[in-house]
Design a binder for this molecule. Structure first.
Ligand code: 3HC
Length: 282
């Protein structure tokens, strides 16, 4: 595989693009509007520049990685890609539209993957002409730093597609695990109850955000506390993901707490809006 298409230029799409470009892939990063495209260029350049400033990357390597990425608004440009990963917002109707179009424009042997963390691949595949083609390649935020990728398996995906997805993720230097297409897969099934409980504790006034995070870091050895992590990932992302899993399963462990819903409605989405569980200097 040489050429990767990415549909969606949010933090996950950008992170995947940066990681693949650093590994020498030709990348087509498709944004849905000009402002997102410009934000993606700025964000990936900024992330690489930080590595240069820290002395972890040569300027020439940064420029080479940036030159590997074609930032575009035209989805048709992924037509000759070997693999295409969808990383748009978690709205199933929109994802189905993307895969319907990808089935029309991509080569029949191209791997079609979704980075969804909360929607059912089985539901997406059911709307495709060929349900053996869709595979989950689920990255973690921040993509360049996180070493794991979950490969998600439906009942219908072909063994060849699964093996290709795994080989691709490993070529990015990631370790893979394989999970069945079930709500939350493995990582989010583990971490959502933890993060939602941190919010419930905070909402109930049991401890401050700082103390809850300190407890997780110093008492459990986590690299970040659940509330600071939440601010990094985005409260809207977690709200939409947990809500859609709850609506599908009605399992209490995944029910979004009231405080999360209230903060999302108030526009307190975390770092990206300047306030979540903490305040940030914009
Ligand atoms: N973008 C790109 N690279 C980044 C980065 C970012 N935002 N933040 C850190 N990095 C890289 C650094 O460049 C460095 O790389 P290097 O070792 O090759 O030089 C490496 O990560 C370590 O960074 P630092 O030494 O600066 O910082 P830390 O040691 O404090 O690690 C962290 C930062 C990796 C973010 C760590 O705090 C961590 O692992 N946090 C938890 C993150 C987590 O749990 N993510 C999962 C979120 S949930 C999710 O993604 C699910 C999905 O469905 C939404």
């Amino acid at each position: 595989m040489q050429k990767l298409g990415i549909i969606g230029s949010g933090s996950m799409g950008n992170g995947i693009a940066q990681t693949a470009a650093q590994k020498g892939y030709d990348v087509v990063l498709v944004a849905h509007r000009q402002v997102s495209l410009e934000k993606a260029q700025k964000s990936i350049t900024g992330s690489l520049q930080k590595r240069v400033d820290k002395g972890k990357m040569a300027v020439e390597d940064m420029n080479a990685a940036l030159a590997k990425i074609d930032f575009t608004l035209e989805m048709d440009k992924v037509a000759d890609c070997d693999i295409v990963i969808e990383a748009i917002a978690e709205i199933i109707e929109e994802k189905i539209k993307v895969f319907t179009k990808l089935e029309e424009i991509c080569r029949p042997d191209a791997i079609l993957a979704t980075n969804t963390s909360s929607l059912s691949l089985t539901d997406i595949a059911a709307a495709m002409k060929d349900n053996t083609r869709l595979v989950g390649i689920h990255f973690f935020n921040p993509v360049p730093a996180m070493k794991l990728v979950e490969i998600v398996k439906t009942e219908t995906v072909s063994e060849d597609v699964l093996a290709a997805a795994k080989a691709f993720a490993e070529s990015l230097g990631k370790t893979t695990i394989t999970a069945k297409d079930t709500p939350g897969f493995v990582v989010n099934y583990l971490q959502y109850p933890f993060r939602l409980n941190a919010m419930r504790m905070y909402g109930a006034g049991i401890a401050s955000a700082e103390d809850i995070d300190t407890a997780a870091k110093l008492g459990l050895g986590h690299p970040m506390g659940p509330l600071e992590l939440q601010d990094m990932v985005g409260l809207d992302i977690t709200y939409n993901a947990t809500k859609s899993i709850y609506e599908k399963t009605h399992e209490p462990w995944i029910q979004p707490p009231q405080i999360l819903e209230d903060m999302v409605k108030a526009g307190k989405l975390g770092r990206k809006t300047g306030e979540g569980f903490y305040k940030y200097d914009k």
